[in-house]
Design a protein around this ligand. Structure first.
Ligand SMILES: C[S@@+](CC[C@H](N)C(=O)[O-])C[C@H]1O[C@@H](n2cnc3c(N)ncnc32)[C@H](O)[C@@H]1O
Length: 277
């Protein structure tokens, strides 16, 4: 067996494993990505190369399997990413829900695929800044992600200077963060407003309360059409009938779930299920 054939077999083993565990699709041609993400992991395990890492995976090492799947996730995110969804939240979605929920005084928001937490903390800051009346409501903001590592970072709420430089306005940095050495840490008052949990979107879900707003941004892009269809259907079932779904700028429910309708006139990429549907 030549080295090239061995590498192809290793790549195939890894991409099947990653797809089975996370639904992330690694097309042929992504060998460089596997190489660059997994070689450091192999070395950390004291292994010479990815072939040796694959041998370890084949022996069913659960911890290494989880590490490999996590290493193949892309966790790119930032505060106020794409801006428009948070403008829509401030200008349209929350004012509308304030009216609709005024007797229940409850609001539930889910940042699914939350990565290191910037999205969920951005939502929390938007609510604090613009809707002080929610202080007397029951508001829950849940952030979930497949990767335990990013969930831990989100919970800690500690961000490097470069991370806070990306999208976070200086007055909000001063108000909601405190210095932690060279980094910044989200103040407890804001951290306490967000709960983070590990959760795989393609596995059975724990019981979730009905969600008024779901952010499912920049994760569908990694999945195949069947997974997108299935996931959107499951998300729809946990959403309140008048709830609102935000997708990433390049994503759409079109082709996958005809029940969702894009909100026209909104600068954000958001969807609702029309009441008659
Ligand atoms: C590019 S980040 C998006 C973060 C944030 N939503 C945003 O738009 O800035 C995609 C996240 O999806 C997570 N992810 C990938 N597959 C997943 C799965 N099967 N279940 C839950 N999260 C998953 C990754 O771990 C990663 O943190």
């Amino acid at each position: 067996m030549t080295v090239t054939e061995l590498e192809t077999a290793d790549f195939d083993y890894i991409r099947h494993l990653v797809r089975q565990r996370s639904a992330i699709v690694l097309e042929p041609g992504k060998e460089y990505l596997v190489q660059s993400r997994l070689l450091p992991l192999a070395r950390k395990q004291g292994l010479a190369d990815i072939g040796a890492l694959v041998d370890r995976l084949k022996r069913g090492d659960a911890a290494v399997t989880a590490d490999v799947v996590e290493a193949m996730t892309t966790n790119e995110t930032s505060f106020f990413r794409d801006k428009n969804p948070f403008d829509a939240l401030r200008d349209d979605v929350i004012p509308d829900l304030l009216q609709r929920r005024k007797s229940k005084r409850t609001l539930r928001i889910w940042s699914a695929a939350a990565s290191t937490g910037q999205e969920a903390y951005t939502i929390a800051m938007t609510l604090r800044e613009h809707f002080p009346e929610l202080g007397s409501w029951t508001v829950s903001i849940l952030g979930t992600d497949l990767s335990q590592e990013v969930v831990e970072k989100a919970k800690e709420g500690r961000y490097a200077q470069l991370e806070v430089n990306r999208g976070l306005p200086a007055p909000l940095l001063m108000k909601y963060f405190e210095r932690a050495g060279a980094a910044w840490k989200v103040k407890q008052t804001l951290r306490g407003a967000v709960e983070f949990r590990q959760m795989n979107l393609i596995a059975p879900w724990p019981a979730l309360a009905s969600m008024d707003i779901v952010f499912l941004r920049n994760v569908l892009i990694y999945f195949d059409a069947t997974t997108k269809r299935d996931l959107l259907g499951r998300v729809r079932k946990v959403m309140a009938p008048d709830g609102c779904l935000f997708l990433g700028a390049g994503e759409s429910t079109l082709q996958y779930d005809g029940t969702f309708k894009q909100v026209t006139g909104s600068r954000a990429n958001c969807y609702r299920v029309p009441v008659a549907a």
